[in-house]
Write a protein that binds this ligand. Structure first.
Ligand SMILES: *Cc1c(COP(=O)(O)O)cnc(C)c1O
Length: 365
């Protein structure tokens, strides 16, 4: 049996006609940037997250970058990020010239270890970026407490966790402001690039509306130096269709994850500590093995595709060589990059595919 890492076949097959009519309505409107579709999507997505505002932008990286710009975070400031996140979180901080302060994750949850944050806070610290990595929602209680104590902004990098909850509130509404990505492979994905910012803070929302559009809220009147980073009408129309299915898709992801948790039983393969049902949207299902590369080869020889998230931690990436970190500086992030393997989990995955992945994993010696 061949099991791909991911597939859009069933996901998009079920909404093909709606996607086509979404495209046609933009084609017929003859309006392609900053129109009705974007406005509708921003309203719907804010409602979905439970926030007052949503600002559509061109990507998740830009969402983070625009948030930092809106807060005026700049050279000389420090921003706390997890050591094991995707590089985009760090790149946004670098683009505004601020200093990255890496915090190691808790190996059981893979999210930033809140006990390690306080000792890294200085007078220059301005914000904490929490990342709901792999779709598992960060325990926000401790983070908010620290942020309140030191007057820091809490920014969610929610690129992997659309629709998740922490207690009563949805991801996107757990801190001061949140950044989403609609990269096609994300839980809510466009058919191209896209992103959004959600917040209850009117000032940040207004600045973000302006920054994404050249620093202008009135055509040809520019108050600040902005970017061109807009979510176009076609992507907004397609995202509206997909948003209406997101809760059903999240439920399906949780059912697949449940089967993996119940079925995978091999002491060579470790699974992360299971989160409460609402607190994981299973963007990625990671497993851990001290012979990860051999496990990956074994799976591919049995027809099962996997990916590694992520093979090189940020502090050891060539792009960050100027920080002069070395092997051993962030040991938990390094262990994860050595042992992590993401197994197939996608909408429309058949029971026999799930069972086959479990069977082959359980036979690994
Ligand atoms: C995908 C991702 C981003 C960046 O989103 P893009 O839309 O690709 O720019 C940022 N942070 C995390 C954690 C991501 O997974």
């Amino acid at each position: 049996m061949l099991v791909p890492f991911t597939s859009f076949k069933v996901m998009h097959g079920g909404i093909r006609d709606e996607l086509i009519s979404g495209f046609e309505s933009v084609l017929d409107s003859q309006w392609f940037i900053m129109g009705e579709q974007l406005k509708r999507f921003e309203e719907e997505y804010a409602k979905f997250c439970g926030t007052k505002y949503c600002v559509g932008v061109a990507s998740g990286l830009d969402a983070l970058r625009i948030i930092l710009m809106a807060y005026g975070i700049k050279e000389g400031d420090e921003v706390i990020v997890p050591s094991n996140t995707y590089i985009a979180t760090a790149l946004a901080v670098s683009f505004v010239g601020a200093k990255l302060i890496f915090i190691e994750p808790d190996i059981k949850t893979l999210n930033m270890d809140s006990k390690l944050i306080e000792e890294k806070i200085t007078l220059r610290t301005k914000a904490i970026i929490v990342v709901h990595l792999y779709g598992r929602v960060v325990n926000m209680d401790d983070i908010i407490k620290i942020a309140d104590k030191y007057n820091l902004k809490v920014i969610e990098d929610a690129a992997q966790a659309h629709g998740g909850y922490f207690k009563e509130n949805r991801v996107g509404n757990l801190g001061d402001v949140a950044a989403f990505s609609f990269y096609p492979g994300k839980n809510l994905g466009a058919l191209g690039d896209g992103g959004a910012i959600t917040t209850n803070d009117k000032d940040v929302a207004n600045k973000a509306y302006s920054i994404r559009n050249y620093g202008s809220n009135k055509k040809y009147y520019n108050e600040i130096k902005g970017l061109n980073s807009r979510l176009d009408e076609i992507q907004a129309a397609l995202l509206l269709v997909k948003l209406s299915k997101l809760d059903i898709w999240t439920k399906e992801r949780r059912e697949i994850a449940e089967k993996y948790y119940n079925g995978i039983q091999n002491n060579r393969i470790k699974l992360p500590l299971k989160a409460k049902n609402d607190e994981n949207v299973y963007h990625i299902f990671p497993v851990f093995c001290d012979e990860r590369d051999r496990l990956k080869d074994y799976l591919i020889s049995n027809g099962i595709e996997t990916l590694i998230h992520y093979p090189i931690p940020i502090h050891l990436q060539k792009a960050y060589s100027e920080l002069k970190y070395k092997v051993g500086d962030f040991k938990i992030a390094e262990t994860i990059s050595r042992e992590e393997l993401s197994i197939p989990l996608f909408i429309g995955m058949k029971d026999e595919e799930i069972e086959y992945v479990i069977e082959i994993l359980n036979k690994f010696r």
